[in-house]
Design a protein around this ligand. Structure first.
Ligand code: MTE
Ligand code: MO
Length: 534
């Protein structure tokens, strides 16, 4: 009898205790986000812990996440963190049933973890960054202490008798007090969270206004018109120019930096910089601008993968700025062989100085496809270097350029086992037909893109199963810095077929069949798709 009764109560109380933990966690995160909105949106508890998790993630796992979750990898990470916090919070709630003070204090441990993560962020703005995590934890601890108190209350309201012994024991609980406390907490936390969101949204308004106010000047050196025959009319092929909204995005930023162009500065300094300088956004806009079509590629792009795109970029020639600051390439005796670009969110990317001064169109871009850079792609200014993977060149939200050496400094990704230098590897991709497509009988257009930035594409060949390589038809080449479309009319025969493609760059180098993973310096191998023809 007794056992059954206790058991049911125990289960109910256990569930309520776990719920108390979850509520405490919810309140902690809400208060944390509200505090962050007032201090710095980037200092929010989930953001700092997520950022630390990204930085600590080994290269193979990051690669797996990108491969598996694609551009949703950050969402998956944040959901994972929330789920982890939820589990731990529920456990703390159960623990607090027996050890009320210790359970509540346990919430503070989370605060300390968050605070440590906040201080370790490369863009940490100092001591105030610990506040969101700490204040949130204090709120959470308080909530858990209150709720656990209601669950362990000695008196049992509703059960009769003023003569009832006050040492009723741990099975008694204050139902009404619990519900009221829980309800008020849920409402207050939801309000705090919503207010935090609103304020965070507003905090970027200066940046949004500064972007809306930008009028991009006409280029002093316009891009050559894209030849009409650079774009093939094949359904399913990637368009020659990738619209901004479809352009791939790869970065470590859980909160996209909103930089105000009016207060933005770029500093150029370091080894061999005889005239260090700081530039404003207006300084850059007043200089002669170049406009170029350039295809960007991410080193994390698998063979056949989506992390490649072409845009028409407008910007300042980086070599002009470097020369103005007195920078010489190593081949002319300059002491620095590495340029390290640093962003407002503390990312660092290193490029060979020699490449930046060899005449290619390395630039500090301010415009993308006719508009100011989108925030996702680095507003107000980003770096771009034709021929180099993004992680060694394409710094978004750039604010600092330091001349140094490869021997002296390893930027972010190099610290994480990626190569110091990474020119883009020659690749061809089949855009259509899609893998495992059913092809109609007759002639099917096989088509896609091939790239070997700064070298150019000379030939693309297609092979059906183990047959001979057949020359694909090439679209006209816009520039050697852009990808090139190709197509091949395939006369189908019934059954399953493997279609394989390979490119040859303009130096005559045939794309290697050798399969390589993306780590350390980019994937290689041939792209194939399996198609069934009727
Ligand atoms: N600040 C910052 N810049 C960055 C990165 C980043 O994580 N942070 N990622 C780099 C990588 S790996 C690539 S491939 C390109 C991607 O640029 P996109 O997102 O505009 O396509 O940005 C580069 N610049
Ligand atoms: Mo990348």
């Amino acid at each position: 009898m007794q056992a059954v009764r206790i058991n049911r109560r125990t289960v109910t109380r256990g569930a309520l205790a776990a719920a108390s933990g979850l509520l405490a966690g919810y309140a902690a995160l809400a208060v944390g986000e509200l505090a962050a909105s007032l201090i710095r949106p980037q200092a929010g508890p989930v953001t700092v812990v997520g950022g630390a998790a990204i930085d600590l993630t080994p290269a193979w796992l990051k690669d797996y996440a990108i491969r598996t979750f694609g551009e949703n990898d950050k969402l998956v990470l944040q959901l994972g963190i929330l789920a982890t916090i939820g589990l731990l919070a529920a456990a703390l709630g159960l623990f607090a049933l027996r050890h009320r003070r210790a359970g509540a204090a346990g919430v503070l441990v989370f605060g300390v973890v968050g605070a440590v993560a906040a201080l370790g962020r490369p863009d940490a703005a100092g001591a105030p960054d610990v506040l969101p995590s700490m204040l949130g934890a204090v709120a959470g601890a308080f909530v858990l202490y209150l709720l656990a108190g209601r669950l362990t209350a000695r008196r049992v309201p509703g059960e009769p008798g003023p003569d009832r012994p006050s040492h009723e024991g741990p099975t008694g609980w204050d139902r009404r007090g619990f519900l009221v406390t829980a309800g008020v907490t849920a409402l207050a936390a939801t309000g705090a969270g919503a207010l935090g969101r609103t304020l965070t949204g507003r905090s970027g308004q200066g940046a949004v206004a500064s972007r809306a106010a930008v009028t991009l000047p006409a280029p002093a050196s316009a891009a050559a018109a894209i030849p009409a025959r650079a774009a093939l009319r094949v359904p399913g092929i990637s368009p020659f120019t990738t619209p901004n909204k479809d352009f791939y995005r790869v970065d470590t930023a859980l909160v996209v930096p909103k930089v105000d162009a009016d207060t933005w500065r770029l500093r150029i300094h370091g080894k061999g910089v005889s005239r260090p300088r700081t530039y404003t956004f207006q300084d850059l806009l007043q200089r002669p601008l170049i406009e170029r079509d350039i295809t960007m590629t991410c080193v994390s792009n698998e063979v056949g993968g989506p992390y490649v795109g072409t845009a028409r970029w407008l910007g300042v020639r980086l070599a002009d700025l470097l020369r103005e600051c007195g920078v010489e390439p190593p081949s002319r005796g300059g002491p620095a062989d590495q340029l390290v670009a640093r962003s407002v969110d503390g990312m660092t990317l290193g490029s060979p100085v020699e490449d930046l001064l060899d005449g290619r169109d390395a630039m500090l871009a301010v415009g993308m496809n006719g508009e100011p850079l989108p925030f996702d792609h680095g507003f107000p200014v980003r770096m771009l270097v034709p021929g180099l993977y993004g992680y060694v060149s394409a710094c978004k939200w750039i604010e600092d350029i330091e001349l140094t050496t490869f021997a002296d400094y390893d930027p972010y990704w190099v610290k994480r086992t990626w190569a110091q230098k990474a020119p883009i590897k020659t690749q061809a991709r089949i855009d259509t037909p899609k893998p495992f497509a059913q092809a109609a009988a007759g002639t099917v257009m096989v088509a896609g893109v091939a790239w070997a930035q700064h070298r150019g594409i000379e030939r693309v060949e297609v092979r059906i199963d183990d047959g001979p390589w057949q020359e694909a038809q090439l679209a006209e080449q816009a520039t050697t810095d852009t990808w090139r479309q190709w197509s091949y009319p395939w006369k189908t025969t019934p059954g399953g077929h493997n279609l394989t493609v390979r490119a040859t760059d303009a130096t005559g180098q045939v794309q290697t069949e050798q399969r390589a993973r993306t780590i350390p310096d980019g994937a290689s191998g041939w792209h194939s798709v399996f198609v069934t023809a009727t």
